[in-house]
Design a protein around this ligand. Structure first.
Ligand code: GLC
Length: 531
């Protein structure tokens, strides 16, 4: 059994846009009561921890990542009491809840920024990063490349530029100011006191700026994050910090510190390489990045994912690989966004059930705790007619009734139409169908949970003599599972090394058989074998 305080090391996470999940009052927007109604569904799937995207008051220029008030819930989603009720109901089902902690920036409508920009002498002036010139920090890349010409925006009234790593409507807080540091600890305290189980900390590489650097991953940034962790360790042990640092593994590694910074960090670079593997029918890109992934402290864990609420980011691949990914996965220009692809899992994988399943097989067998993006467990579609990343944040498809069972009112967003729309893809039709994608994923989750092999960090690649067949051994605490995956659309034969030529148990069929010198695998098939 895994130590309870290390619960996150082998948990299944699930990411939710509250607005898009379930509307309980017919106003067309999902809310906390709606989410509460659907906790049984999440429990059925086998979810251990839900990450809810921002529900704070916000002008929604970045879908809530532009926060106007850190201390309340936007009334569209409900009240603080309803949030508490949702958390309690989740805890009764053994489900934990984490929320976004957006440290790096606020909305330009936040009262701190309003005060800051009202007057150069405002006590809040120094809460943000101001400059007389837009020539500072020249080595810093622009993240929202499609819309932002610069990380500086001119403020007419006070005659200076302010710094922002994302939209101009999201001014960066000044983490060199001890008051800002303190304010954000207070924010964390507020939500932890309310009962949440931790935070997905947004955009953490960018907290501090220094001339002559790229203003990412700076030592002073780590210093602050360690303070945040120490504060949580002291007052809220067992609650977690999950790091969003879209960086190469060696640059994410410092965010784990000596086990005294983040509990978890997203593994960004493995994600696009899973898609590369499936398109090329070769596993080498996956193996290369996993080999390049440094080991992390015992009390830490990676968080792996196939998709999330953002574009499928191609920041962590080479320029050549990026062009190739765009060519293969974003044939239409409007499918691209910034350095990524704004599409969901099922459409990316041609709605091919075999590809969707094998991608999930990879997700659930890699080292790390997996996170599912809401709706991907049923293979729901996207709507690329919607701007920005809204096309992958459409209402959850619960059933085939007029508003997809999401709302009795007019939904806040257009629904997905066509092959992957709610008429064809929905929870109601899948939940009791033993052959559905939902059931296949539920089964993977339940097998994963009963095998401690998956909770460790070890992963040993097995040479199959066939570049299309990835094979690896996961071993932990006396439990050992070998995973074979045929990444190609043709039948493949894998050579079996002598030390694996023995009796194995197929975890999906419960049949034992003897592994011989070779193994034939159907296109896109996967095997999880206990050895
Ligand atoms: C993170 C979020 C993204 C948001 C950005 C700015 O990358 O995932 O949705 O736009 O931070 O807050």
């Amino acid at each position: 059994m895994i130590n309870q305080s290390l619960w996150y090391k082998n948990a299944v996470f699930y990411e939710i846009s509250v607005r898009a999940f379930k509307d309980s009052n017919g106003d067309g927007k999902g809310d906390l009561c709606g989410l509460t109604e659907k906790l049984d569904y999440l429990q059925t799937l086998g979810v251990d921890c839900v990450w809810i995207m921002p529900i704070y008051p916000s002008p929604l220029r970045d879908d809530g990542y532009d926060i106007a008030d850190y201390y309340s819930v936007d009334s569209a989603y409900g009240s603080l009491d309803q949030l508490k009720g949702m958390i309690e109901a989740a805890h009764q089902r053994g489900i934990r809840i984490i929320m976004d902690l957006v440290l790096n920036h606020t909305s330009d409508e936040h009262r701190w920024f309003q005060a800051s920009r009202s007057d150069r002498n405002s006590p809040y002036r120094d809460y943000y990063v101001w400059s007389d010139t837009d020539q500072k920090y020249k080595d810093t890349r622009i993240i929202f490349l499609d819309t932002e010409p610069s990380n500086w925006t001119w403020d007419e009234k006070t005659g200076q530029y302010y710094w922002h790593r994302f939209y101009a409507s999201q001014p960066d807080l000044n983490f060199d100011n001890p008051k800002v540091q303190e304010e954000m600890l207070n924010v964390a305290r507020f939500w932890l006191d309310l009962g949440i189980d931790g935070f997905r900390a947004d955009a953490v590489p960018y907290l501090i700026e220094r001339e002559g650097t790229n203003c990412e991953n700076l030592p002073e940034t780590h210093e602050y994050l360690k303070k945040l962790r120490a504060f949580m360790e002291e007052h809220y042990p067992g609650r977690i910090l999950l790091c969003e640092a879209n960086q190469y593994p060696e640059d994410v590694r410092p965010y784990f510190g000596d086990g005294d910074e983040f509990h978890m960090g997203f593994h960004f670079p493995i994600m696009p390489r899973i898609y590369m593997a499936l398109k090329k029918g070769r596993y080498e890109d996956m193996a290369e990045i996993m080999r390049r992934t440094p080991s992390i402290p015992e009390n830490c864990q990676w968080c792996t994912f196939l998709r999330n609420h953002d574009e499928l980011t191609l920041e962590m691949v080479t320029e050549e690989e990026r062009q190739w990914m765009w060519k293969e996965y974003a044939p239409e220009p409007r499918m691209k966004l910034n350095l990524g692809i704004r599409r969901r899992l099922a459409p990316l994988l041609d709605n091919d059930r075999r590809k969707i399943e094998i991608a999930n097989s990879i997700l659930f067998t890699l080292p790390g705790s997996p996170i599912i993006y809401y709706g991907d467990e049923i293979g729901m579609g996207d709507n690329i007619d919607l701007p920005d990343r809204n096309g992958v944040r459409t209402p959850m498809q619960w059933d085939d009734s007029p508003n997809a069972g999401f709302s009795t009112g007019k939904p806040f967003s257009e629904l997905v139409q066509g092959e992957l729309g709610y008429q064809n893809v929905n929870v109601a039709s899948q939940i009791n169908d033993p052959d559905s994608l939902f059931r296949a994923i539920k089964r993977m989750i339940s097998i994963r949970k009963t095998h401690t092999a998956f909770s460790g960090s070890s992963m040993e690649w097995i040479e199959t003599g066939n570049p299309a067949v990835s094979a690896y051994l996961r071993e932990h605490d006396g439990d050992a599972v070998v995973v074979f995956q045929n990444l190609s659309d043709a039948v493949q034969v894998a050579q079996i090394p002598a030390n694996f030529q023995k009796t194995v148990l197929d975890l999906f069929t419960d049949h034992s058989f003897s592994l011989g010198t070779s193994l034939e695998l159907r296109p896109y098939s996967y095997l999880w074998l206990q050895v």
